[in-house]
Write a protein that binds this ligand. Sequence first.
Ligand code: UT7
Length: 331
Amino acid sequence: MRATITAIAHHVPEAVFDNHWFESRLDTTDEWIQSRTGIRERHFAFEGGLSDILVPSALEALSRRGLRPEDVELIIVATVTGDRVFPSTASIIQNKIGAVNAWGFDLAGACSGFLYALITAAKMVESGTIKNVLLCSGDKMSAITNFEDRSTCVLFGDGGGCLVIEPTDDNSIGIIDYVLKMDGRGEPHLHQKAGGSLRPPSIETVTNREHFVYQDGKTVFKSAVIGMADASHEIMVRNGLEAKDIAWLIPHQANLRIIDATAQRMGLTKDKVMVNIDRYGNTTAGTIPICISELYEQRKIQKGDALVLSSFGAGYTWGAILVRWGLEKMQ
Ligand code: UT7
């Protein structure tokens, strides 16, 4: 039995902040941000938690599939910015949407959270014990962004998407194959210094602004370029695919230069690469579901299309997934 995506929707907060908003607060320029990252604007929600970003798309995805919240069996939330440390945002979403028969959990895979969660969901469904998973994936990065640090604050945004994953007996579609990796030696280069059990919140951690993303951008960049390109290439080779066989590369949106390097390694032309970093920045676990949902809503993917999803992020965590799209074009 194979698992397939049977519905998808996305949501971002309304408020848009363009690069000029940062120019007026920090020593930065629109030119620097666009040329180094590809980002033009991003959305921030200064009120509410991650669940408030994910609930609208959870309800929309269920409605597109014709499911009621009480039909949901399992909720997985991929994020590093859950509403609280505990309980899980999965349980908060369960309560907010009324998915009274579901159990669930959160999964912290950072920028690769969506890939990790998609394979976890697929394997649960393939086991035959779970008939459907509501997979919610996104981040409210504004909650952990230091708006005084120009090297990180211009990079991130808030947003996410939700999918329904179900079994299919159609062998021509589904979540086909995956390459998932992790290298914990990446921890020093990308992390949040305080707030966990190692360094609980204190006046000192707050004063030192340790509850925010810390990133050594250049070091992460070098590993990301190699990791994302290698994993994406490996999934192609393993499945006997050439560039012409792939409909879309759907990459994590952290930096346009990393995306370009991955596409180049795969031999793909730009028209086969989904890019929306210019409008959303890096929404961490939100980037890939937002990309897929936008492609679907724009009627740019059709049943049977080969999609390569790929990512690189904190951990380090990275990987690529091959999906054969199973939905007809959106009506
Ligand atoms: O999604 C999770 C995984 N994360 C990633 O994949 C991100 C990987 N890293 C990156 O995308 C890039 O490294 C950044 C976009 C974060 C930075 O780009 P870069 O080309 O690596 O720049 P840099 O960090 O080497 O900085 C170059 C210069 C520095 O000035 P000096 O030392 O050359 O005088 C920085 O201080 O740019 C300066 N700089 C800025 N200047 C204007 C850093 N941030 C800014 C800024 N505006 N916002």
